[in-house]
Design a protein around this ligand. Structure first.
Ligand SMILES: Cc1cc2nc3c(=O)[nH]c(=O)nc-3n(C[C@H](O)[C@H](O)[C@H](O)COP(=O)(O)OP(=O)(O)OC[C@H]3O[C@@H](n4cnc5c(N)ncnc54)[C@H](O)[C@@H]3O)c2cc1C
Length: 182
């Protein structure tokens, strides 16, 4: 069991950066709250907050290893959700304008073909299984209130919901440094 750093941490944004950050810190805080301004879809789907998501994405070897180490079983879950594995360098013919096609050779690892929303969805599912992680979607963070103004610790975050109601959470000084991923 990892030594706790603090009671609560805040992650802003449930994109891949925010999800990976939440996974990395979840063993070190009693509770991790992820704020996301979009409604989070219950299927692999594009959303306005990640306008790049319909574009072609590739999950590179380093990214796969990092996600697997943060979320053991990630690769298997990705395949189960529909990702198709292929042999990097061998099963894919890469061409760039003005160059000959890259030579096909086995570079020694498997890559995966899937949409970016599928990666995000699978990672989010892995996090949702962790009891100390809470997702608050439809919450746009508007302000991070620092205790001493230096960025050392956080008193509160202010957010806005779809109902245009500004709330404040929490008004205590028990938070330690937040993780902010925009
Ligand atoms: C065209 C294109 C192709 C790309 N291809 C690849 C690729 O093949 N492989 C690769 O690894 N990378 C690729 N990238 C880069 C990759 O998409 C980004 O590096 C990655 O999405 C960054 O993740 P992120 O979570 O930091 O940010 P984002 O994906 O931008 O997520 C930010 C999240 O924060 C939320 N948010 C923002 N402000 C607030 C707020 N105030 N309150 C609450 N929530 C908020 C947003 O709604 C969003 O969900 C590509 C990028 C583009 C544009």
């Amino acid at each position: 069991m990892a030594a706790l750093i603090g009671k609560q941490a805040i992650v802003i944004g449930a994109g891949l950066g925010g999800l990976a950050a939440a996974g990395a810190i979840s063993d070190y805080f009693e509770r991790v709250i992820v704020f996301e301004r979009d409604p989070l879809p219950s299927i692999a789907q594009t959303r306005p907050g990640t306008p790049q998501s319909p574009h072609t994405h590739a999950l590179l070897g380093g990214g796969k290893l990092a996600l697997e180490s943060l979320f053991p079983g990630f690769t298997m879950a990705l395949t189960k959700a529909g990702a198709v594995s292929y042999r990097a360098g061998l099963d894919l013919l890469a061409e760039l304008p003005g160059f000959d096609p890259f030579p096909q050779r086995d570079v020694g690892w498997d890559a995966y073909s899937m949409s970016r929303p599928l990666i995000e969805y699978v990672v989010r599912q892995q996090l949702e299984r962790r009891r100390n992680i809470e997702f608050r979607d439809r919450c746009r963070v508007e302000e991070i209130v620092m205790t001493d103004g230096t960025g050392g610790s956080v008193d509160a975050v202010h957010w806005r919901t779809a109902a245009v109601l500004v709330k404040s959470w929490p008004r205590t000084s028990s938070l330690t440094a937040p993780v902010v991923a925009l």
